[in-house]
Design a protein around this ligand. Structure first.
Ligand SMILES: [Zn+2]
Length: 341
């Protein structure tokens, strides 16, 4: 279904009361689905102006309204409830789990106070190497490079040849570069980013990178503060590499390494993971073995919708990706009907 039609249908279902009725019925029935919401950034557009605009899922005001709705219509659960369910326990009616990926500073500055005000909680999946080394996430580095380029047209040759033209804006070229980085096997990221920076004529230095990272990434202290405030912390690997594109030795380091980073920094066992650029792993025995072998009991995918409890695969749990363009009725509709997500 095309997006415009989905928005229209969601409004119709909302104004006729069908969305409310569906949610009310579900609150009285044993749960058949688990809604896992997936956010990255909760921020105002200007806070993303130097970086990747697509990573912003809601403004603080919209997020506030969305959490209010979740508290009214759903029962928010924790990872602990999910583990209990997987070991034979039960879930409450209309269960929902709020998750954040990556480790953006606005999670601490904007999302945390809103969650606290609503007495809600969330899981924050952290890509630990960026936090530790104060490096910009690679997709933000791509956007920064294009947004500060001194050339409008240029080309790169690694990992393959690509002509880039930013005369009509950077969004589409940035998406092309994301796809390239996301699909290339065993990509040398430093080489790729450095060649892109040179080709674009963008000024760059280690000091600038640390300064930019401090602007957008949480610190370990802020992550510890999240945990003290009742939030849960889990792994999003170390360097946010797409797991299908890295060799076995790096795979082990990304999975076990990130778990160890978090356990050392925060002092508690980490049992959950969300997959970078999150394709499900249900049909990939190599990845399943690596994830389980590193000590994870659950793994979350991305852009995969609402999870049916009957078909729950602990290592491939579906999530609903929240979109900053959604209206209130679209948000309610996406949470209520799988085909509107
Ligand atoms: Zn991510």
């Amino acid at each position: 279904m095309i997006p415009g039609k989905r928005a229209l249908l969601a409004r119709l279902l909302d104004t006729t009361g069908l969305t409310s009725l569906t949610l009310a019925i579900r609150r009285r029935l044993p749960p058949a689905r688990l809604v896992v919401l997936n956010y990255h950034r909760v921020a105002c557009p200007w806070e993303c102006r130097d970086f990747d605009d697509d990573v912003r899922d809601a403004s603080p005001e919209t997020f506030d309204r969305q959490i209010g709705l979740l508290r009214r219509e759903f029962t928010l659960i924790r990872l602990a409830d999910l583990f209990e369910y997987l070991h034979g326990g039960s879930l409450p009616p209309n269960p929902a789990l709020i998750t954040f990926d990556d480790g953006y500073k606005d999670n601490y500055e904007h999302a945390l106070p809103i969650l606290q005000r609503h007495e809600a909680h969330a899981v924050f999946f952290i890509a630990t190497d960026f936090i530790e080394r104060r490096r910009l996430f690679w997709w933000d580095r791509i956007s920064y490079t294009l947004k500060h380029a001194t050339r409008r047209q240029f080309s790169i040759n690694y990992p393959s040849s690509l002509a880039i033209d930013i005369s009509d804006g950077v969004r589409e070229p940035a998406r092309q570069l994301h796809r390239m980085a996301g699909h290339a096997f065993a990509l040398d990221f430093d080489r790729f980013l450095s060649e892109l920076t040179t080709a674009a004529g963008t000024q760059w230095s280690d000091d600038l990178e640390h300064e930019l990272a401090d602007r957008v990434l949480m610190t370990w202290d802020q992550i510890r503060e999240l945990r003290k405030s009742g939030m849960e912390i889990a792994s999003h690997t170390r360097r946010h590499r797409v797991l299908t594109t890295i060799p076995d030795d790096e795979l082990a380091e990304e999975l076990a390494g990130s778990k160890a980073d978090l356990e050392v920094a925060l002092g508690f066992p980490v049992r959950a993971l969300s997959y970078p650029v999150g394709a499900p792993v249900n049909h990939l025995p190599r990845l399943r073995a690596a994830v389980g072998g590193a000590g994870y009991e659950v793994g979350f995918s991305y852009l995969t919708g609402i999870q049916s409890l009957q078909r729950l695969d602990p290592l491939s749990i579906s999530r609903l990706s929240i979109d900053s363009t959604w209206s209130a009725s679209r948000f309610r509709g996406a949470l209520s009907f799988s085909w509107l997500g």
